[in-house]
Every structure is written in structure tokens, then in C-alpha cells.
Design a protein around this ligand. Structure first.
Ligand code: C2E
Ligand code: MG
Ligand code: MG
Length: 721
């Protein structure tokens, strides 16, 4: 003390304070001066309290109202990792993290009468560590001294850590409880130490304490057991697909594994996640089934066949071994469908599918293209074309024999069916999949033409035909664009009253081919869908003609018969298209007659009747073309809203020579009369034919005898006759 006179002088000024110290009211006194902070601890009657304060596990401090520390125990100094000498005399706020500073300052301003404040703030130790603390601040009132505070600082670090661990533990427990996946925690010896609820279910029993491999004997898709440790070491593959058998059921699983490490990064074991994808796989399979398989026969569909055909082309090019494609079409399947119904037709198709599978090896493909069309693709035949063809021929013969056996179709006793087969070799790797299908299809048509129930191989002559067809198709498209089509009109005559109208017959004036007959291009237009724009054009042109006739008194009574093909009629928009054509030209629907064929009518009877009824309601009439050549059943005929039967020209041709034809023609006339329908004979070429028909009650005629199809002027001439 004697050494520092300046300080002594200041102490003397604080006489009153010294008195307080001596009397034990105050524990210590901090004096700060400009020469630096010095501590003077005057030990008095307070010694036992000081020992107590030093022994506390909390930090204990006394502060001035400005927050200057004038006493601190060692525990506090240790807490903030600062030498005690530097603590005393410093402002307490310099250890408070900036974010909590404002909070602390409010503590120092006690409200009136308030003596105690408690808060959680974070302190910043001198090594940068953030220490969560609990502060308890009490006002000290010492006589003769300005207000000061006693502060107890409790280090919450440990408590916070425990809380965090407990929260994490709780979280882990709830994850394991609620996780949709099976989560299994293993120690480094691969013993299960934790498992989610779903993992318990998947295991079948409690898996805890058991080795992972025995609780979950996982198999790879190829049936090889695999170990999680391997997966963990491999590291690069996060998910692996596997399966597990439990109580007779197979579970498809996705398995992932991650290391389990402690805070220091030391390995403790691993966490395995097993996701049950059994349902997802089943869905995927079902989707694939729908996309690539025919639902009725479960055979691959066209899409899958094309896929495999591509593969066979590639592998055959590599191996040099040839393949074969067989097109199979059931003969007269439509008759069965029409007479016994689609359910019975389906039964036959299912049995055909089974028999086809029985005719080929497992590597071969049997596919259903739709309807009664099947395809068999043979792979890995000989590398010599002749031998490969012979092999295909053998399979073809087997198929003919197998499909020719009687079928038992639900109560309908025995049904007989035969197929027609077209075959082509998969040998030229330059050919496209499309070409191959066309070739086999063409060969199949040759088999049909050759009397059915037989096999035909595609040959170069067919190729030429194929090319002709392709060229015709190209020309047809062009012809439509260039407006190369025109309508011819053939008179329709009533024996008593003369000209009643005409049949519109389309013609194609081709720049090179000349006038092409519809018999040549209508079937192709049907097949390619070009019949839709072509048919629409015919309808519109016919309606325009009707409107033109209606404007002239001499022709106003004329009606027009327009041929409609199956694809056109079955188009969902057909009714609307007819109405539009009529409206567009202001034609009278009562003067329009649509000629339908028998096969078209029977395709989808309900839809057909609905469409006919709608058009009929507007006044449009219907004639049944080529009558007598199809398979009409009388019961259908009665249900259809028809106006007219048109006796096919094949019966008229020999009506005077062939007694059968004469009987058929007479029967049709009688049938029409009994059904209340009109009747017209087509193909009438001679007066004798006409007279015979008149004699048997037919009044309306069409044929070369009355006039050939020609430009519309022909009719005007006829009318003047
Ligand atoms: P169809 O409807 O039965 O037409 C009658 C066919 O017989 C016409 O042949 C006609 O020229 C021919 N014909 C008429 N009178 C006689 C005769 O006294 N003797 C002989 N031998 N034949 C006669 P065309 O014009 O070649 O038409 C053939 C078929 O093409 C038509 O048969 C019809 O099914 C179809 N067709 C014609 N035009 C169209 C059309 O615009 N749309 C559709 N979808 N098909 C059409
Ligand atoms: Mg016709
Ligand atoms: Mg006809």
C-alpha cells in the first residue's frame, strides 16, 4: 500500500467504504485508476463466505451499476478462460455475445422495487467458445455505496448438451417408430442394436440382438445371397434391389446402407434401410403387361413384337443365323364372331394362342397383332436360306395341323377353324421391320387366295406386287392433294317412271396410269386410311351435285346413291361429316342414299344402328349394296333401319342361264317385299334380264343397259331420251 501513494489517497476518500469492509458488510473492493486495474482484497470477518463463494460451481461476481466487475470468483474466470486479474475491473458486457447485449443491458436497469433478474444469455470465452449461461442478478444495497449487483453465472453447456442428446434420442425413437421403411441399426459386428417398427414386421420376429444376416437373409435378383458389409465397402452404389422370403411371401426390397459414426468420426457400425417395393413392382409389371401384352391371350402385342424383331435383326446380322416370320390369320373368323358372338370368338382366340405356343420353342415369339391375326417369330434357324426356309416350313405345317384340330368352345360342341399362313425369312439385314411384316402379310394373303388353310412363302414376284402397292399408295396420297379424283354417275331407273337418280362412283384420273378403277384403289385407300379424306370428298361432291339438281325443275327429283366404306362409316365423326356435307351445300337429305355393305353393318351392330338411326332422322336413306354375297342374318336385317336392298350384279349376270341365280334374285325381291323394303337390281345389261326382273316384281334397275357410269352430262342426255 505504501508503494502506491496515489491509490492510498483514493482509498482514504473511500473511508466510509473501508468501514463497511471492516465490519464485514462488503467482501472485497476493486479500485480502478488510470494507471491500470489493481485489486485490493481486504480480508475481514467475511473469510468463510469467501471460501464458500470460491467453492461454488457457478461463477459469482459483483458489478457496479455500470457493469464493471469489482469481484469475481475463480470459477467465472475459468469459465471465460481469462486470467482473474483481467476479469476484475473489466466490464461484464465484453463477454456477452453481441446478439444478447441489449438483453443484458435491460437487466441492469431494474424497475422500481425489483431486486432480482434472471436470464439466459450466451457468453463468449476468450478462446472464442460460446457458452450458454444462466444469469441471476441481484441488487446489492450497501450503505454509503452507489447501487451495485451480485451476479451468479451458471454454465449451461453440459445441460444443453444433455438436452440435445435427449432430443436426438427422442427423434431417433420416433423415426424408428413411424418410418415407412425398415431401418436397422447394426454395431460393428453386424449385430442389430436398433430397428424400426416396420423392420420388426419385415423380420417376422424381434430382430434386436440378432446378426443382421440371419434376421434378414437378403438375396440378389439372381438368387445369390449378399452381405451388407460388401455393400458398405463398395460405397459407390447407394441402392440395391433385392428380395426376401417371409412366411411364403416374397418381398421385393430396395436396400441402402450408410456408416454409423460417432462425433469423432469413429465407426460404430451401420444403418441399413430396406424399402418394400413389392407393390410398386407389381404395378410396374402390370403397366408393362398392359403396354406390351395382349390382355386377352397374354401374348406379346405388336409393340413388343416389333421390339423383338429389331433385336433379332441385329443378333442375326451378328451371328449369321437366320430367322423367320410367320403371319397367321384365322379363316372365316368373322363368321364365328358374327354368328356366335364375341365371347365365343374370344374363347377361340385364347385356345389358338395356347396351341401356337405349343408349336414353337421357348426362344421363339408368339404375338397377337389384334383381331384374329397372330405372328410367330422363329429365331436362330440355319445360316443357309434353304435350310432355314425348310425349318420354317416344318413349324408352319405343325401350326396348320395344331390349329386345324377341333375346338371345344363353351357348350357349342366342336368348332372347326383353319388358318392361313404367310412366311418370310429374316435374312437380309438391310430390310426393315416394316418390310418384313409387309412380306409376311402379303404371303398370308396369297395363302388365302390359294384357298386358305395353307402356308405360302414370300417370293420376289410378291415383292414386285408389294412395290406396286407402295407406289400406288404414294400416288393415291398425291392424287388426293392434286385433286385427281372425279365422280361418275350411273343412272338408276324405275321401270314405270324413268330416271330416278344415279349412283355416284368415284374415278381416279391419274396423269400416267389413266383412268383407274375404284376396285383397284378403294381397298388400298381403306387399308391406309386415305378413304377418310377421299370419302369425305365424295360426300361433299355428291351433295354439291344434289344442290345443283335441286335448282333445276327437270332434275329436282333426282336422288344420289353414295358408297360408304366400312372404315369411313365406323369413324366416330361419320354422322357429323354427312350432316356437314349436306348443310354446307344446302342439299336435301331425302335425296341422299348411302350404300352400305353387309360386312360393314355386322361389324358393330349397336353402333351401326345408332348411326343409321341418327342419319335417318334427318331424312337420309340407306341401301344394302351387293346384297346376297355376304352373311346377313335375317334377324339383323329386321333390326336395321334400311330402305332398300340392292341385288348384287353377280346374280343378275346369269339370271337367265343359272337357275340358282334366278332363285336367289326372286327370293331377294320377295324378302324385300316382306320386310317392307324397296329393291333395286344392279348390273342389268340386257332387256331380257330387265324383263325377267319385272316379271318377278323388281321395279328399279341400274346397269349398262340403262347407261354406263360417266360424267354428269350423261344423265342429262338420258333424261332427254
Ligand atoms: P358397287 O357399289 O357395287 O358399284 C357398282 C359397280 O358395278 C360399279 O363399278 C359399276 O361401274 C359396275 N357396274 C354398273 N353396271 C354394270 C353392268 O351392267 N355390268 C357390269 N359388269 N358392271 C356394272 P365401279 O365403278 O368399278 O365400282 C366398283 C366398286 O367400287 C363399287 O361397287 C363400290 O363398292 C366401290 N366404289 C365406287 N365408288 C366408290 C366411292 O365413292 N366410295 C366407296 N367407298 N366405294 C366406292
Ligand atoms: Mg354401290
Ligand atoms: Mg354393288
Amino acid at each position: 500500500i505504501a508503494e502506491n501513494a496515489a491509490l492510498l489517497a483514493r482509498l482514504a476518500e473511500a473511508e466510509e467504504t473501508l468501514r463497511a469492509i471492516r465490519s464485514g458488510e462488503v467482501d472485497a473492493l476493486v479500485v480502478s485508476g488510470t494507471t491500470g486495474d489493481q485489486v485490493f482484497t481486504l480480508q475481514g470477518a467475511d473469510y468463510p463466505y469467501r471460501v464458500l463463494v470460491e467453492a461454488m460451481s457457478e461463477g459469482a461476481l459483483t458489478l457496479t451499476a455500470e457493469g464493471v466487475i469489482f469481484y469475481a470468483n475463480r470459477r467465472f474466470a475459468a469459465m471465460i478462460k481469462t486470467p482473474l486479474e483481467q476479469v476484475i475491473g473489466a466490464t461484464f458486457t465484453c463477454w456477452i455475445v453481441p446478439a444478447d447485449l441489449a438483453l443484458f443491458n435491460t437487466l441492469l436497469h431494474l424497475e422500481n422495487g425489483q431486486t432480482r433478474h434472471q436470464r439466459e444469455v450466451a457468453l463468449l470465452a476468450s478462446d472464442g467458445a460460446v457458452i450458454p449461461c444462466y444469469l441471476s442478478l441481484n441488487a446489492l444495497h450497501i450503505d454509503g455505496m452507489p447501487d451495485c449487483f451480485c451476479l451468479v453465472v451458471t454454465d449451461l453447456t453440459e445441460q444443453k448438451r444433455t438436452e440435445a442428446i435427449m432430443a436426438a434420442e427422442k427423434l431417433a425413437r420416433s423415426i424408428l417408430e413411424q418410418a415407412a421403411e425398415a431401418i436397422v441399426v447394426c454395431d460393428s459386428a453386424m449385430q442389430i442394436i436398433r430397428a424400426s417398427k416396420v423392420a420388426h414386421t419385415l423380420c417376422g420376429t424381434n430382430p434386436l440382438g440378432r446378426p443382421f444376416a440371419s434376421a434378414f437373409p437378403l438375396q440378389l435378383i439372381n438368387g445369390v445371397a449378399f452381405s451388407i458389409a460388401e455393400l458398405l465397402n463398395a460405397g459407390h452404389r447407394p441402392w440395391i434391389e433385392t428380395w426376401l422370403e417371409r412366411q411364403g411371401s416374397i418381398f421385393n426390397l430396395l436396400v441402402s446402407v450408410g456408416p454409423l459414426v460417432d462425433l469423432q468420426g469413429e465407426s460404430l457400425g451401420c444403418v441399413v434401410t430396406l424399402t418394400d417395393i413389392t407393390q410398386r413392382k407389381a404395378n410396374e409389371q402390370q403397366i408393362e403387361q398392359l403396354a406390351f401384352y395382349d390382355p386377352l391371350t397374354r401374348l406379346p402385342n405388336r409393340r413388343l413384337l416389333l421390339d423383338r424383331l429389331h433385336q433379332v435383326l441385329v443378333s442375326s446380322a451378328r451371328s449369321g443365323r437366320l430367322g423367320a416370320l410367320l403371319f397367321i390369320d384365322l379363316d372365316n373368323f368373322k363368321v364365328l364372331n358374327d354368328t356366335l358372338g364375341h365371347d365365343i370368338g374370344d374363347l377361340l382366340l385364347e385356345q389358338v394362342a395356347q396351341r401356337l405356343i405349343g408349336c414353337v420353342r421357348a426362344v421363339d415369339t408368339v404375338a397377337r397383332l389384334g383381331g384374329d391375326e397372330f405372328v410367330v417369330m422363329l429365331e436362330d434357324l440355319s445360316d443357309q436360306a434353304e435350310d432355314a426356309a425348310a425349318q420354317a416350313q416344318i413349324v408352319g405345317a405343325k401350326i396348320l395341323a395344331a390349329l386345324g384340330q377341333p375346338y371345344h368352345l363353351a357348350g357349342h360342341h366342336y368348332h372347326r377353324s383353319t388358318p392361313s399362313l404367310g412366311a418370310t425369312l429374316i435374312s437380309d439385314h438391310e430390310t426393315t421391320v416394316d418390310d418384313l411384316l409387309k412380306r409376311a402379310d402379303l404371303a398370308m394373303y396369297q395363302a388365302k387366295a390359294a384357298g386358305r388353310n395353307t402356308l405360302r412363302f414370300f417370293d420376289p414376284a410378291m415383292q414386285a406386287m408389294l412395290e406396286t402397292r407402295t407406289a400406288l399408295e404414294t400416288d393415291l396420297r398425291e392424287g388426293l392433294q392434286e385433286g385427281q379424283f372425279l365422280l361418275y354417275y350411273q343412272p338408276q331407273v324405275n321401270g314405270d317412271t324413268g330416271l330416278i337418280g344415279a349412283e355416284a362412283l368415284v374415278r381416279w384420273r391419274h396423269p400416267r396410269r389413266g383412268m383407274v378403277s375404284p376396285a383397284e384403289f378403294i381397298p388400298l385407300a381403306e387399308e391406309t386410311g386415305l378413304i377418310l379424306p377421299l370419302g369425305q370428298w365424295v360426300l361433299e361432291t355428291a351433295c354439291a351435285q344434289l344442290a345443283a339438281w335441286a335448282a333445276q325443275p327437270q332434275t329436282a327429283h333426282l336422288a344420289l346413291a353414295v358408297n360408304v366404306s366400312a372404315r369411313q362409316f365406323h369413324h366416330p365423326d361419320f354422322v357429323r361429316q354427312v350432316q356437314e356435307a349436306l348443310n354446307q351445300h344446302g342439299a336435301d337429305p331425302h335425296r341422299l342414299k348411302l350404300e352400305l355393305t353387309e360386312s360393314l353393318l355386322l361389324d358393330n351392330v349397336e353402333d351401326t344402328i345408332a348411326k343409321m338411326t341418327m342419319l335417318k332422322a334427318q331424312g337420309v336413306g340407306f341401301s344394302l349394296d351387293d346384297f346376297g354375297t355376304g352373311y346377313s342374318s335375317l334377324s339383323y336385317l329386321k333390326r336395321l333401319p334400311l330402305d332398300q336392298l340392292k341385288i348384287d350384279q353377280s346374280f343378275i349376270r346369269d339370271i337367265l342361264i343359272d337357275p340358282n341365280d334366278a332363285v336367289i334374285a326372286r327370293t331377294i325381291v320377295a324378302l324385300a317385299q316382306s320386310l317392307g323394303l324397296a329393291v333395286i337390281a344392279e348390273g342389268v345389261e340386257t332387256a331380257a334380264q330387265r324383263d325377267f326382273l319385272i316379271a318377278h316384281g323388281c321395279r328399279a334397275f341400274q346397269g349398262y343397259f340403262y347407261g354406263r357410269p360417266g360424267p354428269v352430262e350423261v344423265l342429262t342426255v338420258w333424261g332427254r331420251r
